[in-house]
Each structure stands twice: as C-alpha cells, then as structure tokens.
Design a protein around this ligand. Sequence first.
Ligand code: ATP
Ligand code: MG
Length: 608
Amino acid sequence: MSQAEPTIGKKRRSQSSDVPTSGIHSLLKLLPFAKPFTWNFIVVLFLVIIYNGTSVLQPYLVKIAIDRDLSVHHPNYQGLLHITIIYVVIVVLGVVANFAQVLVLQYSGQSIIREIRLQLFRHIEKQSMSFFDTNSIGRLVTNVSSDTETVSQFFTQFFLSMMRDGLSVVMIVIAMFELNVKIAAISMIILPILFGISFAFRNRLRNAYQATRSRLSAVVSFLAENLAGMRIIQIFHQERRQDDRFGELNEKHRRANVREYRTSVFFNRVLELVGNLAVAAVVWFGGGSVLHGAILFGTLYAFISYIRQFFQPINSMTQQWNTLQSSMVSADRIGKLLEREPSIQDKPAVERIADVSRVRGQVEFRGVTFSYQPDMVVLKNISFRVEPGEFIGVVGPTGAGKSSIISLLARFYEPQMGSVLIDGKDVRDYAQDDLHQVVGLVQQEVNLFTGTVLDNIRLFREDIPRERVVAAAERVGAHHIIERMPHAYDTPLVGKGQNLSMGERQLLSFARIIALDPRILILDEATANLDSQTEELVQQGLQAVSASRTTLVIAHRLATIRHADQILVLEKGQLVERGRHDELVAKGGLYALLAEKSGVNARVVSGS
Ligand SMILES: Nc1ncnc2c1ncn2[C@@H]1O[C@H](COP(=O)(O)OP(=O)(O)OP(=O)(O)O)[C@@H](O)[C@H]1O
Ligand SMILES: [Mg+2]
C-alpha cells in the first residue's frame, strides 16, 4: 500500500506538466464551488448574447442606412431617422448589458474565491501537526492567496472569453454569410490563418508568462526572507552581498517581463497585420463587386467592419490559454490540499465531555514508543503516572524528547506503541476539542496575533469576560506591565507582538493559558526568556495556578522544578530516572549531574 502511493504521485506530476488532463480533472473537481452561482452564469450568458447581438447588429444597421436610405436615387430621411434611433437604442442596450455582465460575473468570481479560500483555511486549520512538519508556510500562503485567485480566473475570464468570444466569432460569420455568400467564403480564409498564428504563438506566450510569474515570486520570497531577517543581515554586514543577489533576481525578472511584452506585442501586431491584409483583400474583391453592381457599397462597409471585429475575440481567446494553464496548475495544488485528510481525527461518534472542569487531570503514559519518521525512535517505552493536582518536572539534555512527550499528551501526534491516558481514558477516545480544553500548553515560542492585549490573552474568545482576563494577568504578574502600556489592555499588538519584549510576550502567554483555565497545564521551557525578577513573579504565579491542577513543567533551569512532586529525567528518548529533587541528587545519576551544572551556571550568572 505504502509502496503504491509514490508511483501514483509521480504519474500525476508528469501528467500535469505535459498532458493537462489531470489539470482539467482538478478544475472540474472545483466546480462545486461554482455551483451556487449557476443562475448567475446563466444570466451572464444571456447578457453576453445581448451584448454580442448589439455589436454584430451595428455594422448591419449602418449598411442598411447606406444602401437603403442614403442611395442617391431614393433619399429616405424617415428611414434614416429610424435607423439612427434603433442604432442609438442598440448601442445603449449593449453598454448596459456589458456593464451588468461584468458586475454579475465579478460578483460570482469573487464569491467563488472567498468560498475556496475559506474552505482551504478551515481545511488547513484541521490538519494535524505532522502536516505542518512537511508543508512550508510559504507554500500554504501561496495556495490560499494566489492559487485561489488564479482558479477564479478560470470561472470568470476563461469562461467569459469562451462564451463571449466564441459566440462573437460565430455571430460574425453568420452575419457575413447572410450579407453575401461569395465574399463571406473568401473572407473565411482568414479564420484558419488567425487560428494557426494563435496556435503557433500559444506555447511561446505561455512560457513567457510563466517565466515572469516565477521570477516575480523569487523576488517576493527573497524580499520576505530578508525583511524578516534584516537584523541578522546588518549584524553580519551582509547588505552588499544581499544587494547583489537582489539585483540579480530583479534583473532576471525585468528580462522575463520584457520578453513577455515583446512576445505578446509581436503576436498582436502579427494578428493585426493579417487582419489588415484581409481588409485589403475584401476591399479589392468586394470593391470589384461594387463596381460590377453585384453588391452595394453598404455591404462592403459592413464586411470591412466585420473583418475588423474578428481580431478582438480571437486574440482574447488565445490569451485564455495562459489562464487555462495556470488555473489548472493552481486547481491541482488546491485539489491536493483539499483531498488531504487530517492524519489525526476524532473517532466516529466520539462522546463529548459535558463539563470539562470535572476532568480530574490524572495523566498516564503506558509503554509509549514514538517516532516522527520511520526508524528514528524519539521515545522508547515510556511509562509514568501523574496524579491529579501533582506538579511534575521534566528534564533532560536537548533533543531528549521532552517536548515530544507533551505533543503526545495533547495528541498533536500519536504514538506507534503504547497509550497515553487522561483520567484512565485513552486520549484517542476524547474529542480533540475537549482535549485541547483539558490540556493547556505554554511554549517557548509565543504566538501572538494582530489584535489588542485583551484579544490575545483570551484568544478572541468573547465568552471570556474582561475581569477573568485581568484576574489571569494579575495571577501571573503581568497586570502591572500591561497597565503601563499606552492603552493598557486595549493596546494593539504590532505584527506578532514585535512591540513587546520577549519576557512580556511570555507573560501574556501565561496569562492566556490561565484565562483558558485548563485542568492540565504544561509549560515548555516557558521561563527561559524572563529576567530573574520577572521570573520570580512568574514562579509565584506558577505556584498559585498549579495548586488547583496537574502541572507539567519542562525546564532547563532546575530551580523552577526543585519543589516538584516528581521529576522525570529523560535521556535519548528513555526515562532514565524519576523521583523528588533530593532523592535524585542523592542518587548521583544524570539529574545530579544536571543539577550540578545548572548550579554552576547560576553562580556564574549572578556573579557577572
Ligand atoms: N516535528 C519533528 N519532526 C521530526 N523530528 C522531530 C520533530 N520534532 C522533534 N524531532 C526530533 O525528535 C527528537 C526529540 O525532540 P524534542 O523536541 O522532543 O526534544 P527536547 O527534549 O524537547 O529538546 P529541547 O530541550 O532542545 O527542547 C529530536 O531528535 C528532534 O530532532
Ligand atoms: Mg523542547
């Protein structure tokens, strides 16, 4: 089974680059997003027919005026007036139909983008942590922002062009044959030539277009990376080197862009040239017919107008080749993302917890073995039990697997062997929503969002009252710091909290977790960013909040967990020691070693 999958993946990839069948397939899969707008598209079709009809009628009306009313022998003012009035009505009707069509189509197109974006975002939100290990944020951002835009162009531009321009060509051809079969037949020679030229240019236009897009995205991602890491670049005096690289990327983009314009201008001029040659031919043959009296002058005029009207739709349909290609690529990417099911899902008919606060908070690991990737075991046969309300410290060298233990408890990942239980129930038997309310996590890397301090502490949950937020902040010692900010709790945070110090961000994330009031509290390296004074505050807060709940603290600074009820010592994915601080120090094992080291560190820091 697992062997069959890569081959399928490979096959699809090669198909999408050469034969666009899988691309079309992906586009069709997105059709349900357009379905609610079926009526809009029907209205658009109707409006397009009206608009095209009015365009084709215009030369015809002029022809009638010339041949019937302006003829020297029978001047007809009455008829001329009628034709003029009809002409004006038709022109106005055409403008109105065109306007309405653009509105309805854009409304539908934009609604489709909104829908696809929303679905994609929801889908990504549902994914498990392992998904984010393998999908870069940049790629996902592109998927949600520009791929959706490109796909919607299929529903608007491509669809519109095929309808409008296809219909246009057909209507013009009919009008020509209606006027005069012989000249129409001669004019038809132009059609295969125009289509032949378009076909010949098709790939060149596409390649030029795609080259520009990819050069542009290189420029954009270079910019994003460099702006984010500007401090490092300045410290390492890399400005010049980065300038050169940016200059190079810019130059490539410029060249691609110029090439794109050159190709498309060349193509347009060739089309125009062919069209004008066709006009010349019609003038010659049609003019001859006028002289012989086979046709009237007005008919010739109408023919010339129609030949001119040919370019626009054919040109526009050729451009759609780009749209089709790029929307197929985007649809393929979106489709793959939407198809991907979260690897961790609630069991069917999982029982929800009526009252999360009634969870006692007992934690047990039973023979847990876990790896992120096959044959790289991160945790080996881990077993321990934490009674409700206990305060547990987890220590060990870097990479020992401490954070991984926590990820398993929050069921961000699932163990390959053994089980993780809360209150004696496997975490896989909880609904994930319940589990995330039971287990609260504070990580070293604090994630803040655009919004006020208040929003960030209660994570936009309006059901948490302001008082509870303030109480939470007071409890972790963040209240005074927040009160000193320009607008206290209503101070807006810039970016990801760039207007705050690391320690302040950390305190906010503490307050956040207290406001959410989980039964099991986990702190991963959370005190690392605090100065000793703030850390003391947090220590006090921690004591206060840990009293009423099970608390697991991962700490490099052992002072934080000195008084823990139990300390788990991990090394290379194995639980090597466990016990109270004094017991472990007395034992003289790994913990004693770590304690000695951190004791030395503490002395150095306080001495400097
Ligand atoms: N998302 C991941 N994908 C693959 N491997 C991972 C992932 N996260 C961690 N690992 C690996 O698992 C092992 C344990 O990592 P873990 O983060 O649990 O260590 P830790 O004890 O928390 O270390 P630290 O003290 O540095 O935070 C490491 O070897 C690490 O490289
Ligand atoms: Mg860690």
